[in-house]
Design a protein around this ligand. Structure first.
Ligand SMILES: O=P(O)(O)OC[C@H]1O[C@](O)(COP(=O)(O)O)[C@@H](O)[C@@H]1O
Ligand SMILES: [Mg+2]
Ligand SMILES: [Mg+2]
Length: 332
């Protein structure tokens, strides 16, 4: 993996997340440690969810809650557990003044009005895969608030736009648990070693291949997609590209990020704005994708340029290797 600019501190594989964050912080004269602590708080909640996911079948954490979330989706027990755990870690950590979560309709005020940051989070991504032991994840996006420190945060703090994220990341609970994040420079991955209780640097400075042969989309909806998307998928088949679709956005994204591929969640008549949520699924993954050399677009431009106007707004998304995204867009 090639290293980037001078202030990228090439730390060796095996460095703990804590040490990495500390070293990174020292690279920025204006850094005051709050963002570092916030990232640690997210990692802590991630360790707890790792444990819950691994023993979900043993402690009756599978199945639904019998209630629906603001998206009209039936909430799984782990959706709620993950929501509670991340909110608690962010509240107790003291660095976050407000949170928006896929599982809650309104802004969650933490009471830390002195804090500088707000977080948008998908506590458990890939809910349809929870009960069948398939990889699932968590996605997060961090902004520096725009409302005055000490005041009550408002929706303004969350509608700043994709480019205003100060950090974004995800945790993938798969065959191993990995935390991948960026603060706007490199994208780095840390694998969780449960025996040490530590996230360890395993994927420094991730660079995604410029092209790929993997395509990921819900093929079952193909006849509902627009002609250009249908034409692109037909072209992938003609070229015998590999179809891979886990149905957990984080897992499909992570594979394609490392191997080169494209993930498509197009609009359909039922979901003219697509299914995925802008603030806590598409913005954060687009922020990571672009820093790793990928593209994240809709048919009309970069996902990061989409204006944010509501907490749970949705957007179509095409995300992956630049050459594949370019080919797709050339068909629109
Ligand atoms: O079942 P579909 O329509 O293919 O949708 C799958 C997509 O929906 C999601 O499950 C939505 O995320 P949540 O599980 O967080 O609601 C994505 O992870 C996944 O990529
Ligand atoms: Mg999700
Ligand atoms: Mg979710």
């Amino acid at each position: 993996m090639n290293s980037r600019s001078s202030h990228h501190l090439a730390l060796p594989v095996g460095t703990t997340l804590d040490r990495y964050i500390m070293n990174r912080q020292h690279a920025f004269a204006y850094a005051t440690g709050e963002l570092s602590q916030l990232l640690r708080d997210i990692a802590l909640a991630g360790k707890i969810i790792h444990r819950e996911v691994n023993r979900a079948g043993l402690i009756d954490l599978t199945g639904g809650m019998g209630v629906q979330n603001v998206q009209g989706e039936s909430q799984q027990k782990l959706d709620v557990i993950a929501d509670i755990r991340f909110n608690r870690a962010l509240k107790n950590g003291g660095e976050v003044c407000a949170i928006i979560s896929e599982e809650e309709e309104e802004i969650i005020l933490t009471g830390n009005n002195h804090a500088k940051y707000v977080v948008a989070i998908d506590p458990l991504d890939g809910s349809s895969n929870i009960d069948v032991n398939v990889s699932i994840g968590t996605i997060f996006s961090i902004y520096r608030r725009v409302t005055p420190i000490g005041s009550e945060p408002t929706i303004e703090d969350f509608l700043q736009g994709g480019h205003e994220q100060v950090a974004a990341g995800y945790i993938l609970y798969g065959s191993s648990t990995i935390l991948v994040y960026t603060t706007g420079h490199t994208v780095d991955g840390f694998t969780y070693d449960a025996s040490l209780g530590e996230f360890i640097l395993s994927h420094p400075d991730i660079k995604s291949p410029p092209d790929g042969t993997i395509y990921s989309c819900n093929d079952g909806n193909t006849d509902l997609y627009d002609e250009p998307v249908k034409a692109y998928l037909a072209d992938c088949r003609r070229k015998h590209y590999t179809a891979r679709y886990v149905g957990s956005l984080v897992a499909d994204f992570h594979r394609n990020l490392l191997k080169g591929g494209i993930y498509l969640y197009p609009p359909t008549p039922k979901n003219p704005d697509g299914k995925l949520r802008l603030l806590y699924e598409c913005y954060p993954l687009a922020f990571i994708a672009e820093r790793a050399g990928c593209k994240a677009v809709t048919q009309s431009g970069s996902v990061l340029d989409i204006p944010a106007h509501s907490l749970h707004q949705r957007t179509p998304i095409y995300m992956g290797a630049p050459a594949m995204v370019k080919n797709l867009l050339s068909l629109f």
